[in-house]
Design a binder for this molecule. Structure first.
Ligand SMILES: Nc1ncnc2c1ncn2[C@@H]1O[C@H](COP(=O)(O)OP(=O)(O)OP(=O)(O)O)[C@@H](O)[C@H]1O
Ligand SMILES: [Mg+2]
Length: 631
């Protein structure tokens, strides 16, 4: 209710103060959530009464189903979760029985204390009676086997909420329930647990549909302070007095704004009073002091606080890089714990565990500050590191070393480059199926193409076509093993490409006659063809050339024709949408600007690369940083 007021006071007035009911449509998740709530209420009531499990489930299902039937179709906003009534019923059954069958906390409960009971209590805080009584209900209150009282909230969600972000709504609901349950049971509850059940079936069917999200009250006293001020302000606002109401959904992202709000730094008189008490004369020092004092509250603030203490005596000069990063970010109120470090040939990756409540996109905005304190440019931030809960900082080494050995292919598994740890990335070049190579001048494209060509030359049953408009990049291969075609002038290249299209069409009729879908099914008799083009942008003169490349890229794969295409330029004019679609695998070397990187990778980062074979390799698995080999 409070959150509603803070984010949308108009709707609050209409709905809560005037008591007008305006029917808006509900999403299927909403509807399912409401019905399951009704069902769960019945289920836990019956369980509390000691009714046998099967009977309790049956009664609960009847109630829930009745609620579902009472929702008329025109007030349901059907969407991808459920596109019609029968899908909705299916989803509902999945959720209802899914929840009841094995809800995660089933075996922890010792006793059910309250089931969705509407509570209303006058609450005294710091000896003062709050002017408006609190009113509300908790879905379920249990005493658990550890004897702790937990307030449990059933949530039916489309996506699990992110444990790293603090959700203001959840905290406020927690504080409210804390007071109400305490007053009702005369015993302090230990925590509120949000029992999230995912409405849609996990793609991984073995994974749990449940996730628990627990907020322990004794560790969140700051939130109570926040609540007190918020309560005051809301009360004043409702009484028609002037009050500043922050929007809930904005404020929890920043510990500084929360503290400023709690200590009323926005009110001049209050601010002066607080400054005097704390013996400071500015907001920063004040907040530092407060955060120090409040050390034990949220884990998040705890780490921020620790770092602030050290912040007073910061001497970056004598610090290790790992501390420099940590303290520089602590200056900005970001808490990180160092985890581990991986030293590579070109870069060193520093890995950190982020504190809760930290927004990933925030870290990225501090890249310049980190570059300044580490005294190294070209730092790449990985927030988060793929498939992990950590964040990473890739820092170029002062002394760069290149891979000593140059691994070779095993069949079509080509050695692409060395990973940060030093082991080799192999990739079956046929699965690319076409590879786009880009990077500014001198970044290492030609060296990379040459390393691929040398490996392709080792494979039997392969034809290689080289198109080299710059004339010098691949000329040394002319006439070598597997090289069936080497062209550099535009007309010859165009002719060769047209021949390849013709060859492709012939191959297709052969496949058709043999009733084979691709060259593998044909089982021999057809050679793989690799078409390597260095400097694609230089070829753009001819439209026929472009058409031929498009055709080969669209249809070449099945008949064993694969293209490796290099270009300096990354403008969308050169790399059209058609090219992007047909070249999903990309080796991106150092690019001039972040926008170029975005054209190639849909994200920045390539502008941070070091040149000379340092690349970001994009496949369907994601992006990986590699050092190319100079064979
Ligand atoms: N993998 C590598 N290992 C070591 N040095 C490399 C590597 N790749 C490139 N270099 C160095 O960088 C130089 C330039 O590389 P390369 O010729 O491949 O650039 P390019 O991207 O093709 O540039 P351009 O677009 O101007 O043709 C090479 O001559 C070599 O000295
Ligand atoms: Mg080149």
């Amino acid at each position: 209710m409070f959150t509603k007021f803070s984010s949308d006071p108009q709707m609050f007035r209409v709905g809560y103060l005037n008591g007008d009911r305006i029917d808006t449509t509900y999403s299927p998740s909403n509807v399912i959530g409401k019905c399951c709530h009704e069902g769960l209420k019945k289920y836990f009531e019956k369980t509390q009464e000691g009714i046998e499990e099967g009977e309790a489930i049956k009664k609960a299902h009847e109630v829930a189903k009745m609620h579902l039937d009472s929702h008329s179709d025109n007030l349901i906003g059907y969407n991808t979760v459920a596109s019609n009534r029968s899908k909705l019923e299916e989803r509902f059954a999945f959720c209802f029985f899914g929840y009841i069958k094995d809800f995660a906390y089933k075996n922890n409960i010792k006793e059910i204390l309250l089931v969705e009971k509407m509570l209303e209590h006058k609450i005294k805080v710091d000896g003062k009676l709050l002017p408006i009584p609190l009113k509300g209900s908790a879905d379920l209150v249990t005493r658990d086997k550890d004897n702790k009282i937990r307030i449990r909230d059933h949530k039916f969600v489309k996506n699990f909420s992110n444990p790293e972000s603090i959700d203001a709504g959840k905290l406020m609901q927690g504080v409210f329930n804390f007071f109400l349950v305490w007053a009702e049971l005369k015993e302090q509850p230990y925590s509120i647990v949000f029992e999230e059940f995912k409405v849609t079936q996990n793609r991984d069917k073995g994974a749990s549909q449940f996730k628990e999200f627990e907020i322990v009250f004794s560790e969140n006293s700051l939130m109570f302070d926040f609540f007190y001020r918020f309560y005051d302000d809301i009360t004043n606002a409702l009484l028609g007095k002037q009050a500043y109401i922050p929007n809930f959904y904005g404020i929890y992202d920043r510990e500084v704004s929360i503290l400023s709000y709690i200590y009323k730094l926005d009110i001049v008189k209050e601010r002066e009073k607080q400054f005097k008490k704390a013996k400071v004369d500015n907001v920063t020092d004040f907040l530092k002091k407060k955060i120090q004092k409040r050390g034990a509250m949220l884990k998040y603030l705890e780490s921020v606080s620790k770092n602030f203490v050290s912040g007073k005596t910061l001497n970056y000069k004598d610090m290790t890089i790992q501390d420099k990063i940590k303290f520089k970010l602590a200056e900005h109120g970001i808490g990180l714990e160092f985890d581990s470090m991986v030293v590579g040939g070109s870069v060193t990756l520093y890995r950190y565990e982020p504190s809760i409540g930290l927004k990933m996109s925030r870290i990225e905005s501090f890249v310049k500050d980190i570059e300044q304190v580490v005294e190294t440019s070209g730092i790449r931030i990985l927030a988060p590191i793929k498939d992990s809960g950590l964040v990473g900082f890739e820092i170029p080494n002062k002394q760069r070393t290149f891979p000593e050995s140059s691994p070779r292919n095993t069949g079509f598994e080509l050695a692409i480059g060395a990973k940060i740890m030093g082991d080799t990335k192999y990739y079956d070049i046929r699965t690319a199926p076409h590879l786009l190579v880009s990077g500014s001048s001198g970044s290492g494209k030609s060296v990379f193409l040459n390393s691929l060509i040398k490996q392709l030359m080792q494979i039997d049953n392969v034809d290689i076509h080289l198109f080299d408009p710059k004339q010098v990049e691949m000329s040394q291969f002319e006439g070598e093993k597997n090289i069936v075609d080497y062209q550099y002038d535009h007309n010859s290249i165009e002719t060769s490409l047209n021949n390849l299209v013709e060859e492709m069409n012939k191959r297709y009729s052969k496949l058709r006659n043999a009733k084979a879908r691709n060259i593998e099914e044909l089982g021999g008799g057809m050679k793989y063809k690799f078409v390597v083009i260095d400097e694609f942008a230089d070829l753009m003169a001819g439209e026929n050339t472009l058409n031929a490349i498009q055709l080969l890229a669209q249809k070449g794969r099945a008949c064993g024709i694969h293209i490796i295409l290099a270009t300096q330029r990354a403008s969308t004019k050169i790399i059209s949408g058609d090219i992007k679609v047909n070249f999903p695998t990309r080796a991106v070397f150092k690019m001039a600007k972040a926008v170029d990187s975005r054209v190639m990778l849909d994200e920045g980062g390539a502008e941070k690369l070091l040149g000379k074979g340092d690349m970001l390799f994009l496949t369907s698995e994601g992006i990986e940083r590699l050092q190319g080999f100079n064979l």
